[in-house]
Design a binder for this molecule. Structure first.
Ligand SMILES: [Zn+2]
Ligand SMILES: [Zn+2]
Length: 490
């Protein structure tokens, strides 16, 4: 493996082309071996968690459930990534011993290991044993995409009768999710059984053709708008040809869209256009002020008073209102690295993080936590988990991991609502007057689509083979039902 000082002393400028390619190969092998070490380490952490925390049932720790949280917090990665690493580690150990060895030696990298794990997931061990050596050999001379195609072809040849079984197992992997990318855009991604996917595709196409031919949108743009129209209740596309009554489709009935089911935090002066501080779209992150103003045209408003130095004066005794203020200033789950939107999270109230209550409850006594991390904190509060959480001050929550590492989270939503509190931000540049000039603006070309692939962990969209890992990402957690009320009811 490369040592830091060796890399900085390597003179790439003096190398021949052959020397550079050699260095590239050596470096890639070292990366692969390091990735293997990560997978084996997190898998072992999971094994220990499982061994020590089997206390099933409500209120107990499900075996191994917070191993991914601990690894994700330590690596500053997300829990779905840590969960995918665990899943791959388990699969290597259970059924792919040769792949495990080749990975550990740096002969195949994580991207290809992932392909091998994916391609063998629904095969019998007998078929895997015949296929695995071929895949490892092919991995040495091809890229992940071609490896995936070859694997599919060979699996079909070795196990022709297995197609139905594989299809049935694959249906369990159906999923739809979104991933934030830059420029106020998100990738909407999914895996559906083919007939269902085709149903959606045909419906979007049908809706795309409901507008007249002079509608300026391309088919891809219309399909995208149609998908949102399915969800917002309008059920159809309004033609944008601008011809009003003369548009042949002007009679098509379109329902009024429902108000968006999203939450946006925006500073008051940005809302009124006096300033361009970014707004916060819960679950996504920063969006530009102009987009927020556009969305605000059909929004409900709630004014959030600023937090003061010596605590929050209880601005209201209305509990529901206070709760929604906490959701606004927290913005998202307060566990380190978690981005679950506040609106889909729970409010944690007890114990009040070590601060004695003065007077009526205020925002300071609450924190937003998603269902998964609310569970983690409740278990920690009752001594059933080795995590600890306490409030350092009105803004900061501190989390101590079982290993003793301390992580701090702040009220993220407040950074947007009150931009002057964002003291970690770089200082503003001297005022730049920005005029939108469509000619000068660099235009994204169609090949420049945002992607959400994480370069250090090529695991986006990994579907765990191990059922117990399928709830590891906070967005996949299923909250427990509230306890049934006991006693007589009418
Ligand atoms: Zn039209
Ligand atoms: Zn969370």
């Amino acid at each position: 493996m490369f040592e830091d000082n060796r890399i900085s002393s390597m003179d790439f400028g003096a190398m021949s082309d052959e020397g550079l390619i050699d260095a590239l190969r050596t470096a890639h092998g070292a990366v692969a071996a390091a990735q293997a070490a990560e997978v084996f380490a997190v898998r072992e952490l999971y094994r220990r968690h499982r061994a020590e925390s089997a206390e099933p049932g409500p209120g107990g720790v499900r075996a191994g459930e917070f191993a991914a949280a601990e690894a994700a917090v330590a690596l500053h990665a997300d829990e779905a990534t840590a969960g995918a690493l665990i899943d791959i580690g388990l699969a290597l150990e259970e059924s792919l011993p040769r792949t495990r060895v080749a990975f550990g030696a740096g002969r195949i990298d994580l991207a290809k290991v992932r392909v091998i794990v994916d391609s063998t997931r629904a095969l019998t061990q007998e078929v895997i044993d015949a296929l695995e050596p071929r895949l490892i050999e092919a991995a040495g001379r091809t890229n992940p995409l071609r490896l995936r195609q070859a694997a599919r072809r060979w699996a079909a040849r070795l196990d022709p009768g297995g197609a139905q079984r594989r299809r049935e197992r694959r249906q369990d992997d159906r999923d739809v999710r979104i991933r934030a990318v830059q420029d106020s855009m998100a990738v909407f991604d999914g895996l559906l059984p083919a007939p269902g996917a085709q149903t959606v595709a045909m419906r979007l196409r049908e809706m795309s053709l409901q507008v007249c031919a002079r509608d300026p949108r391309t088919m891809p743009q219309r399909r995208a708008d149609a998908l949102v129209a399915l969800a917002d209740g309008s059920g159809g596309l309004r033609c944008m040809c601008g011809r009003g009554e003369r548009c042949p489709r002007s009679g098509t009935p379109i329902e009024q869209p429902r108000r968006p089911l999203i939450q946006i935090g925006i500073p008051a002066d940005s809302l009124f256009g006096m300033r361009e501080a970014p707004a916060f779209l819960a679950g996504y992150g920063p969006i530009d002020a102009a987009l927020a103003r556009l969305l605000a045209e059909q929004a409900h408003f709630q004014v959030i008073p600023k937090q003061t130095e010596d605590g929050d004066p209880a601005t209201t005794v209305d509990v529901a209102r206070q709760e929604s203020e906490v959701r606004a200033v927290d913005g998202m789950c307060r566990f380190p690295g978690c981005v679950m939107p506040a609106a889909e999270s729970e409010l944690d109230q007890h114990p009040p993080f070590g601060i004695r209550r003065r007077g009526p409850a205020s925002r300071a006594h609450y924190a937003v936590l998603c269902s998964r991390h609310h569970r983690l904190k409740s278990l920690a509060d009752s001594g059933k988990s080795r995590w600890r959480a306490w409030r350092a001050d009105l803004d900061r929550l501190q989390w101590t991991a079982p290993t003793g590492d301390v992580h701090t989270t702040v009220r993220e939503g407040a950074r947007y609502l009150f931009p002057h509190t964002d003291i970690d931000a770089p200082p503003p540049l001297s005022t730049v007057v920005h005029r939108f000039d469509p000619e000068a603006e660099p235009r994204p070309f169609s090949g420049d689509r945002p992607t959400a692939e994480d370069l250090s962990y090529p695991l986006a969209g990994h579907l765990p083979l191990h059922g117990q890992l399928s709830r590891l990402a906070p967005e996949d957690d299923i909250p427990e039902d509230a306890p049934e009320p006991t006693g007589t009811t009418l």
